[in-house]
Design a protein around this ligand. Structure first.
Ligand code: G6P
Length: 609
């Protein structure tokens, strides 16, 4: 989704902004642009397509400061050069990059047009530039604040003033905005990765705050124009974590990082209390007593985070004996949801910025509910606004298709389920078994990864299929959903995940020789039932690929192809069974020559509804 970056300081802004744009690429975009001030003149360059296309249009000796830049993910107006950002005002005194949607742009545009102002683009964002210019007498700050008062909607924006090259102004309502404090220079961006090469010292802008940056000072004010104190925090991520290293794609790099990221999620042991067969998690802001009072749990998220939330719900019900339900945040937000005192909500989000999840969290909080965040990005909005939570510490996830964040989210849910379960239902001996088993998972994933060539062969064999079914039961049902999501996201092949028990109630009509079914069949509660479902597919000449931890004759007879993952407890099995599915999606997409890390139409961080 759109990314923004601004720079003010002594250096030429152009290379800094270009590098920042490349760091923002992973969020997903369809055009990009740069605006700079050079000798009190505004220079704007923008181009449809990849940043490489923008670079080709730039003068070789491009320079200027300060500057702003943008990666656009079209919402209002087609993907073309004109609709790309920055947008300059009618008089070229103001230029704006904007992330978000201005809901009331149409009446404002109409009014400005009546006043004789002409527009170049079809975007809602151009309205912001013209509105600020309209208010701009001699004080940029006043102009921005007056304009913001008239805007309804979401924004993270950066404003450049042609005749005032000593400042940049940023404002936020609903879209992330972070200030990077450097040595006699300041950066402003929607994402810390855009500034990591220059500074690790940051502070976060909150909704309805405006920040005025000069190269060696900053001032943040709220809507009442009172100055807000900011605490500077240090970003923990390292630059090499946002680089591909020896890998062709971030997605493969991130899949292969999972032995370490899962270990980090259980704190390398620091979150485990093996002697008591339980875990300890700081940051929940809940006392022991609170856990006795909880009588139900709702987990929520979108996309992959939602499937992790489904597994979380399953684990909490099974281990902690709590009524649990997973919800898509976008649905929960607009339902007349029941919120009661003893309910506990979990908002699951890698980025911590997904607007559907953030809005659902705010709605629940507004109704008096307590929401804990399970986030990856430290300092993200969900992490800051939740009532407590757990970081998954997976490190930056750059590929649009989420992989390592999923297994880390599941790991954190396991810790929570074991912890609450131990207070309610689970004896120490069983808790110890879960904990011991969890510590063996990284090694088992490493073993799966060593065999990735086997998955690559499977991908070769099945890459011509036009449609896939992914099927699992119990805790493997969300894994099937996640496997299907991964495949469709990166390969654009149609794939649907179903509960295997549900196939005979409809989806079985899709089965034929051309539509392979991928089963996740794990020993445990529903293993035999899953084998029964495989029989049903086999009887209809469907091809079957099976991911299992049970290598026996019957399953081999039923399967056209099989990948056996190491033995583990059924409840922990998603951490293993999802890995071959991630690799399967990755290899098929690579074989088909797709843009694996930045699939078409998708965005990593979806900051619009
Ligand atoms: C988008 C991404 C998905 C991601 C989902 C939730 O749809 O394309 O990969 O799972 O958002 O993102 P979050 O950052 O909230 O986990």
């Amino acid at each position: 989704m759109c990314g923004i970056i601004g720079y003010i300081g002594n250096r030429n802004a152009a290379p800094i902004l270009l590098e920042g744009l490349k760091r923002l690429e992973y969020r997903g975009y369809d055009s990009s642009g740069i605006g700079l001030i050079k000798r009190k003149r505004l220079a704007v360059y923008k181009k449809e397509g990849k940043i490489a296309a923008l670079e080709r249009t730039l003068p070789k000796d491009i320079s200027g400061k300060p500057g702003i830049a943008h990666t656009r993910w079209a919402t209002h107006g087609q993907v073309n050069d004109i609709n790309a950002h920055p947008h300059a005002s009618f008089d070229n005194r103001v230029a704006v990059v904007h992330n978000g949607i201005i809901d009331n742009y149409a009446p404002i545009k109409h009014k400005l047009k009546q006043d004789g102002i002409s527009f170049r683009s079809e975007t809602d964002s151009e309205v912001i530039a013209n509105l600020i210019a309209r208010h701009y007498q001699d004080d940029p700050e006043v102009a921005v604040q007056n304009a913001l008062r008239q805007l309804e909607g979401t924004y993270g924006l950066i404003v450049l003033f042609t005749d005032n090259p000593d400042l940049l102004i940023g404002a936020r309502n609903g879209s992330p905005l972070i200030v990077g404090v450097g040595e006699k220079e300041m950066l402003l961006a929607s994402d810390v990765s855009a500034m990591l090469a220059h500074t690790k010292q940051v502070f976060y802008i909150e909704d309805r705050e405006t920040v005025v940056l000069q190269k060696d000072s900053y001032k943040t004010v709220n809507t009442e124009n009172s100055v807000v104190d900011k605490t500077i925090e240090k970003i923990e991520w390292e630059l090499d974590e946002i680089e591909k290293g020896d890998y062709h794609h971030f997605m493969l790099k991130e899949i292969c990082e999972q032995p370490e990221t899962i270990q980090r999620a259980y704190g390398g042991g620091g979150r485990l209390l093996p002697d008591f067969g339980t875990s300890k998690l700081g940051g929940l802001n809940l006392g022991k007593q609170d856990f006795f009072e909880i009588d139900s749990v709702i987990t929520m998220g979108m996309g992959t985070a939602y499937y992790a939330a489904m597994i979380g719900s399953y684990l909490l019900e099974h281990m902690a004996r709590l009524p649990c339900k997973a919800e898509r945040a976008s649905e929960l937000r607009y339902r007349n949801a029941i919120v009661k005192k003893n309910m506990l909500f979990f908002a699951v989000s890698q980025s911590g910025e997904t607007l559907d999840t953030l809005s659902a969290m705010r709605e629940i909080q507004h109704r008096g509910g307590r929401v804990l965040g399970i986030c990856n990005v430290v300092g993200s909005t969900i992490a800051r606004e939740s009532d407590g939570g757990v970081y998954i510490h997976a490190g930056p996830e750059i590929a649009v298709a989420s992989t390592k964040a999923f297994t880390s989210q599941v790991t954190v849910f396991l810790l929570l389920a074991i912890m609450i379960g131990r207070m309610r239902d689970i004896p120490a001996s069983l808790g110890k078994r879960y904990i011991n088993e969890l510590t063996t998972i990284p090694g088992k994933i490493a073993f799966i990864l060593e065999r990735k060539a086997e998955i690559e062969q499977l991908a070769e064999k099945y890459s011509k299929a036009r449609s896939f079914l992914f099927l699992g039961r119990g805790v493997s049902y969300p894994v099937a959903m996640e496997g299907a999501l991964k495949l469709k996201e990166v390969s654009y092949i149609h794939a649907e995940g179903f509960s295997a028990g549900d196939i005979k109630h409809g989806p079985i009509a899709l089965v034929n020789e051309e539509t392979p079914s991928l089963f996740i069949a794990v020993e445990g509660e529903t293993f035999d039932k899953t084998l029964g479902n495989m029989e049903e597919i086999k009887a209809r000449n469907g091809r079957i690929i099976t991911i299992t931890n049970s290598d026996n004759e019957r399953i081999r007879e039923l399967s056209d192809d099989i990948f056996v993952v190491p033995e583990t407890n059924e409840l922990l099995s998603p951490l293993l069974t999802v890995v071959p599915l991630q690799l399967f999606a990755y290899f098929i997409a690579s074989i088909l020559g797709k843009d694996v890390d930045q699939p078409r139409n998708l965005a990593k961080t979806v900051t619009v509804e």
